[in-house]
Write a protein that binds this ligand. Structure first.
Ligand SMILES: N[C@@H](CCC(=O)N[C@@H](CS)C(=O)NCC(=O)O)C(=O)O
Length: 242
């Protein structure tokens, strides 16, 4: 049966009492980071099933569990949940105790949807590549995406004050969905002539200081796979004080 046929879904092994998250390379996979950070950042006990992006060795795993052949995928009991947004919502409903929506659920829902469906130029021109430092020449569309990101940070900080550093007061689902942008900025901004506002810099520092984000970063930097599809721009070899 083809992986695109719906009946193959529904977790044929029914063997995942502990939620198990299939994720791609930590250095590159933004959607995996979002699902992982949703679970890890909100204290869910789960296992990881890592696969290598764009590698033939994945086909069996992916075809067994997902109709789209993409990560992340969450396996839980006899349930299979694919797509980072679905995983985040499933986790919020069934796995996480406590509030993930910060101090404004309506705004949180709007901002995560905006990230999930938008920021296309930023996504394609600044692929997440945590351990690299690279120079790109962003187009006007990409700069517009960045401007929107900075406006979100600014507006959120004006609403709640900057004291805790997160966008909606406490660490929330919005910080989860925007975390890959932080790594993208770290990889490209200062090498590509992209100046960032003070609020954005403060937000970057806050997110990079989150324990779960630090762990993901450490594990990403330890990876050795090179995914050519996600290597944009020119490598910076002289990192100065970086
Ligand atoms: N809309 C999906 C996007 C998933 C996605 O594009 N995942 C990428 C990795 S970040 C992937 O699996 N790429 C492999 C491929 O396209 O073959 C989500 O939110 O989870």
């Amino acid at each position: 049966m083809s992986a695109l046929n719906f009946p193959v879904l529904g977790n044929p092994t029914n063997d995942f009492a502990i939620p198990t998250l299939i994720i791609g390379n930590k250095n590159y996979s933004t959607w995996s980071l979002r699902a992982w950070l949703m679970l890890h950042g909100f204290g869910v006990n789960f296992k990881e099933m890592p696969i290598k992006l764009f590698h033939p060795s994945n086909q069996t795993t992916l075809q067994t569990f997902t109709p789209l052949g993409k990560v992340p995928v969450l396996l839980h009991g006899d349930k299979t949940v694919w797509d980072s947004m679905a995983i985040a919502l499933y986790a919020e409903k069934y796995l996480i105790t406590g509030n993930v929506w910060g101090n404004n659920p309506a705004l949180a829902m709007s901002l995560i949807s905006e990230m999930h469906t938008g920021f296309n130029a930023l996504r394609s021109q600044m692929p997440m590549n945590i351990k690299a430092r690279r120079k790109i020449s962003p187009t006007a569309d990409c700069l517009q995406d960045l401007e929107r990101f900075e406006a979100i940070v600014q507006t959120c900080y004006q609403r709640v004050g900057q004291s805790k550093g997160y966008l909606l007061g406490e660490f929330s689902i919005v910080d989860v969905f925007y975390a890959p942008v932080i790594f993208r900025l770290k990889t490209y901004a200062s090498y590509s002539g992209i100046a960032l506002s003070e609020s954005t810099m403060a937000y970057i520092a806050t997110v990079l200081n989150h324990e779960s984000v630090k762990l993901w970063q450490e594990q990403a930097v330890a990876e050795t796979d090179f995914v050519i599809e996600d290597e944009a721009g020119d490598e910076i070899t002289d990192l100065g004080n970086d």
